[in-house]
Design a protein around this ligand. Structure first.
Ligand SMILES: Cc1ncc(C[n+]2csc(CCOP(=O)(O)OP(=O)(O)O)c2C)c(N)n1
Ligand SMILES: [Mg+2]
Length: 343
């Protein structure tokens, strides 16, 4: 394994804490569909399973660096310091949300915490993040841009155009390809769906003569070590890298509810629902990054069981508070409906 530079005991505990906070936040989003039907309108997409990749990558950040993911975006701002209250209120469409309730789950934005914003357009994060990296270079801010996107996004023209320009201009950006094996309901492999060519996907970096590495995205320390190298390269003006982190998402592609709400039955996962691959999904659950990291920290005596429980209880209380805050926040007034419409 590559050198784990700068990972003190406190830092490792911080990493575990962030992973637990993300999982707890998202479990509360999911529970909302059942406990408060109709409160979340529209789609949400959970990133459970991605925590090791998100936290491993963002643990290498310096203060002003930006994180720009796709629409599966709840985990990143939690790590950057965005208050969960404001995130939950946004997902509930409430006035006290990050965007005044206008954005919802797929459009979280918190520039104050280095999170410029997300959208539901696949591949969008790649062009926007590449633009942000150009700004950082032109203004000489010293920032590195962390750009996250899915396996499905790598077949968009935007992917090739952006990587080309980033390589030509040596932009300070790290492209983190989250290969969760599925593009919505379609499996990534040639045998199953024949929608994406190239294996491993990190090989696409060769076309631009930039480093391309595939890493176990369920191991935050491996992700950390790999991203760290890419960040050093970006910060020393040598240009971009492509890192493919592999992990399964542990929920279905998305959750949505109709208005007025009807009783919701959540799909399990496309591996089971569409492909009947029960063994694949069972293996993914067994390989859940959070219990795995917990066990390794206990084994190395970085955490005691009591420490771990305290972290988990604190996350539960924090996210319960976020839910209560969001439920108490009013919907935006009707008179605000046209506020952000320009034409
Ligand atoms: C430009 C565009 N095309 C199609 C869609 C419909 N769509 C929504 S999610 C999705 C799959 C994306 O898969 P991937 O990039 O692997 O991300 P993941 O959902 O696995 O995180 C697609 C095709 C879209 N939102 N935007
Ligand atoms: Mg995917």
């Amino acid at each position: 394994m590559a050198k784990k530079k700068g990972l003190t005991k406190d830092r490792l505990i911080w990493m575990y804490t962030q992973m637990v906070r993300i999982r707890e936040f998202e479990s509360r989003v999911k529970r909302t569909f059942v406990e408060h039907p109709g409160v979340i309108r529209g789609h949400t997409h959970l990133g459970d399973g991605a925590e090791a990749t998100i936290v491993g990558a963002l643990a290498t950040r310096q203060d002003n660096d930006l994180a720009m993911p796709s629409y599966r975006c709840h985990g990143y701002p939690l790590v950057l310091g965005t208050p969960p209250r404001k995130m939950m209120a946004e997902i509930y469409g409430r006035k006290d949300g990050l965007c005044g309730g206008f954005g919802g789950s797929m459009h979280l934005a918190d520039p104050e915490h280095h999170f410029p914003g997300t959208s539901g357009i696949i591949g969008q994060a790649i062009t926007h993040a590449t633009g942000a990296a150009l700004t950082a270079q032109v203004k000489d801010t010293g920032q590195v841009i962390y750009c996250f996107f899915g396996d499905g996004a790598t077949k968009q023209g935007a992917f090739f155009e952006s990587l080309n320009l980033a390589a030509v201009w040596k932009l300070p950006i790290v492209y983190i390809l989250e290969n969760n094996y599925y593009q919505a309901y379609t499996h990534v492999s040639l045998e199953d769906a024949n929608y994406i060519a190239g294996d491993p996907l990190s090989k696409k970096a060769q076309a631009f003569s930039i480093p391309g590495v595939t890493v176990d995205g369920t191991d935050p320390l491996k992700v950390y070590a790999t991203v760290q190298k890419a960040v050093e390269r970006a910060r020393s003006e040598k240009g971009p890298s492509l890192i493919e982190a592999k992990f399964h998402r542990l929920s279905a592609h998305g959750n949505a509810i109709t208005v007025p709400p009807v009783p919701t039955q959540f799909p399990e996962h496309e591996a089971v629902e569409v492909y009947g691959k029960k063994a694949e999904f069972a293996a993914a659950i067994k390989n859940d990054p959070i219990p795995k990291f917990r066990a390794s920290l206990l084994r190395k005596k970085i955490l005691t069981k009591e420490d771990a429980q305290r972290i988990e209880e604190k996350a539960r209380a924090e996210m319960e508070d976020a839910v209560q805050f969001a439920l108490a926040s009013p919907l935006p007034a009707d008179t605000e409906a046209l506020k952000h419409v320009y034409a």
